[in-house]
Design a protein around this ligand. Structure first.
Ligand SMILES: Cc1cc2nc3c(=O)[nH]c(=O)nc-3n(C[C@H](O)[C@H](O)[C@H](O)COP(=O)(O)OP(=O)(O)OC[C@H]3O[C@@H](n4cnc5c(N)ncnc54)[C@H](O)[C@@H]3O)c2cc1C
Length: 398
């Protein structure tokens, strides 16, 4: 198939990748993005496995690799800010992985998209979607009404396209027991390509320094068995909730709370997975976190978004009709998404985010061993994810 009109909702990992490959494969693509520009954000994310093949084919691999934050040092602190354990992330990942600030990845993808004939509408969002016999009619919040052959919902974990097409978010989400807030603060410890981490049962504080010497990315993560009510837009309520959870905790926490209080821009969310029986309905399809968010605990969300979006565009090119393409996309991609979602059950997230005293104890045993662990030891502890490569043309060999 080619020459079909596609509207992509969302201009991040999934949206930019699908738009790029749909255009490359002969489709007429428009992107609508709710934000006023490509969203940056400095927290480091990994591009791994088959996603590496895709960024290579997009011609941005070298640029991303030049910004690779390899050899990050992780220092685990005690309540007096003494280092009790340290390790580098090199031993925990494949040496082809690229770890970069999120904004550098989205901007590189955006640059690749800008070189194509792809229209981007910022500051707008789909208001209504109506399935037609042979396509979809959409109306944007701005009033623009248009018909497309296909709508791709790449609008993240709180997907608007999913809500408009499949219904309320809570029908498709699985809460994993953590909440987190992220913000930027002064690099008062003068760190460089390293992270400091302080945990007590159910609460973890992290400061993460990339190349930027002025500021660090701070995270406060807490466990809560019951998902707290979260209005994703109410910053003051988020601050209040986090300050309450972290009150009377020492170590680096008071400094982080002070900075949180002053921050005008923070993000707050829960660790949640998106699990759906079907990723498409009529001529509307979901990709990336909108379809299969694995949660940041897996470190796989961006790579899955890139891989799934590439496969979606490729299936649309190769099949004679949209139905067959969408069903094959799901058939190929779902097993990879599911393996990565399941990896959460046996991976080592308790090292950074121990939920309770039992996990604190397990963590202190592992921390004692960590400095001397080989890659084989890490695999034995399920601390290395091995579910990154998919059997698919151009993507199988790394
Ligand atoms: C703290 C943290 C650490 C992480 N670490 C890693 C990691 O190490 N490795 C990894 O692979 N992943 C990591 N992730 C996950 C990763 O960021 C996501 O899985 C990935 O960004 C998903 O890409 P996406 O394009 O599907 O969605 P998103 O990146 O969420 O993008 C959605 C886009 O849609 C836009 N949008 C939203 N609503 C609308 C609307 N109504 N209309 C139009 N546009 C809309 C948004 O503005 C955004 O641009 C981490 C996430 C967090 C929060």
């Amino acid at each position: 198939m080619e020459n079909k009109k596609v509207l992509v909702s969302g201009a991040s990992m999934a949206g930019l990748t699908s738009a790029y490959w749909l255009n490359e494969n002969g489709f007429d693509v428009t992107i609508v993005e709710r934000a006023s520009k490509i969203r940056g954000g400095g927290y480091p994310i990994d591009v791994r496995g088959s996603a590496i093949n895709i960024v290579q084919m997009m011609g941005i691999h070298e640029e991303l690799n030049a910004q690779n934050l390899n050899n990050m040092k992780f220092n685990i602190l005690d309540s007096q800010n003494n280092i009790i354990s340290k390790f580098t992330d090199e031993s925990m990942k494949d040496n082809k992985d690229i770890e970069i600030p999120r904004g550098d990845l989205t901007h590189a993808l955006y640059k690749a998209v800008q070189e194509k004939n792809i229209k981007i509408i910022f500051n707008d969002s789909i208001k209504t979607i109506v399935a037609l016999n042979n396509g979809v009619e959409t109306e944007l919040e701005s009033g623009i009404k248009k018909q497309y052959d296909l709508v791709v919902g790449a609008d993240g974990i709180h997907s608007n396209t999913r809500k408009l097409t499949f219904g309320e978010e809570e029908n498709f989400t699985k809460y994993l027991g953590h909440c987190f807030t992220g913000f930027t603060m002064e690099n008062y410890l003068d760190m460089h390509k390293e992270a400091v981490i302080y945990s007590e049962a159910g609460r973890t504080a992290i400061m993460y320094a990339t190349e930027n010497k002025e500021s660090v990315h701070a995270f406060l993560v807490f466990s809560d068995e019951k998902e707290p009510f979260v209005n994703h837009r109410n910053i003051e309520k988020h601050k209040e909730l986090v300050k309450n959870k972290f009150k009377n905790i020492s170590g680096i926490v008071p400094k982080l709370l002070e900075a949180l209080d002053k921050s005008e821009e923070i993000f707050f969310d829960t660790t949640t997975q998106v699990i759906m029986d079907d990723w498409s309905k009529d001529n509307i399809v979901l990709t990336g976190d909108a379809a299969h968010a694995p949660s940041f605990l897996t470190g796989q969300g961006s790579s899955l978004a890139i891989i799934g979006s590439y496969i979606l565009a490729n299936e649309l090119k190769n099949k004679n009709n949209i139905d067959d393409a969408l069903s094959n996309y799901e058939k190929v991609m779902k097993p990879l998404a599911e393996i990565n979602q399941k990896a959460i059950e046996n991976e080592g997230s308790f090292i950074l985010y121990p939920k309770n005293e039992e996990e604190m104890e397990k963590r202190s045993i592992i921390l004692k061993q960590l400095e001397n662990m080989s890659t084989e030891d890490m695999e034995a502890h399920d601390m290395i994810d091995i579910t990154r490569v998919i059997e698919y043309p151009n993507l199988s060999n790394q």
